[in-house]
Design a protein around this ligand. Structure first.
Ligand code: 0O2
Length: 268
């Protein structure tokens, strides 16, 4: 029987998790930059603890030296979405990378097929390639995709499950199932007001974008010697900003850009 060197065995998994989290956060940034609602709200990653690996291997009669080969969730990524509709969008993004860097080998839909515990989440198992110590390694990784409400429920339930060593009292199980139903209703209700929420999000993103552009434009005009306008620009900007009117911010930004063109200001 081989012996696992636990000092180094999990390092490739850590690398895989770090890389995948970075890539998925970049996907989120791309949506934000394009000012489109990002189906990815948060990305988290973790490598399963040694204790958790040993417990899972033990409960499934997997020899410890085979655990790393057999268990598919040593590397785990969790993607949190705002809306149930976002889950399928995230799954599609991951599927679209199958030929590139995250090869989907299995999918489990616990969103439609809720587990008896009340657990809901969309699971994808992918194969992910890394270069580790100059060698190609292909590691399996479990990606869990769920809404904020699903995540809230699963986090609390997971802690309680741990506390009771997997054997939750029946009454507590029942209460947790009620909570799962409440989380389901919350998701359903959020879907009905999704349009309103997306609109609010879009306004916020547009405002952030315009403020960035305006302060950059003011700085550029200043850097190119248009010092005499500075106080005036800053004063006008603060007045419009405090009014919170996105259309006026846009008009003001347009004015600054026209001025930059007239004075032939190059961007720094
Ligand atoms: P941890 O501590 O989160 O890593 P299977 O062989 O498919 O029957 P497997 O491989 O465990 O079983 O897959 P499954 O059932 O899809 O569960 C994988 C992970 O999903 C679990 O990992 C949990 O993270 C999560 N999960 C599944 N069911 C539940 C549930 O009822 N409640 C909560 N809170 N999470 C759940 P681990 O290793 O169990 O735990």
């Amino acid at each position: 029987m081989g012996i696992i060197n636990w000092n180094t065995a999990l390092l490739p998994y850590e690398q895989a998790v770090d890389e995948m989290v970075l890539k998925l956060k970049n996907v989120q940034r791309e949506f934000k930059r394009a000012q489109i609602h990002s189906p990815i709200e948060q990305v988290e990653g973790r490598v399963k603890s040694i204790a958790s690996i040993l417990t899972k291997a033990g409960s499934r009669n997997i020899p410890v030296d085979k655990a790393l080969d057999v268990l598919e969730d040593i590397a785990g990524i969790r993607i949190i979405c705002r809306f149930v509709e976002d889950i399928e969008k995230v799954a599609a993004i991951i599927r679209s990378r199958s030929d590139y860097d995250m090869k989907v080998i299995q999918e489990e839909d616990y969103v439609t097929n809720t587990k008896s515990s009340g657990y809901r989440s969309y699971h994808m198992t992918v194969e992910y390639k890394i270069m580790y110590e100059n060698q190609l390694r292909i590691l399996k990784c479990e990606i869990q995709i769920r809404t904020l409400a699903m995540n809230f429920w699963a986090t609390i339930e997971h802690s309680l499950r741990y506390k009771y060593d997997g054997h939750l009292p029946v009454e507590l199980q029942e209460r947790l199932r009620n909570c799962a139903e409440a989380a389901f209703r919350l998701d359903t209700e959020m879907t009905t007001i999704r349009g309103e929420l997306l609109q609010a999000q879009k306004t916020q993103q547009t405002q952030d974008f315009l403020v960035n552009e305006i302060v950059k434009n003011i700085h550029n005009l200043y850097a190119y010697g248009k010092v005499e306008h500075m106080n005036d620009f800053n004063k006008q900007f603060m007045e419009i900003f405090q009014e919170g009117n996105v259309d006026k911010l846009s008009e003001f930004n347009q004015k600054l850009e026209t001025m930059a063109e007239i004075y032939n200001v190059r961007y720094v």
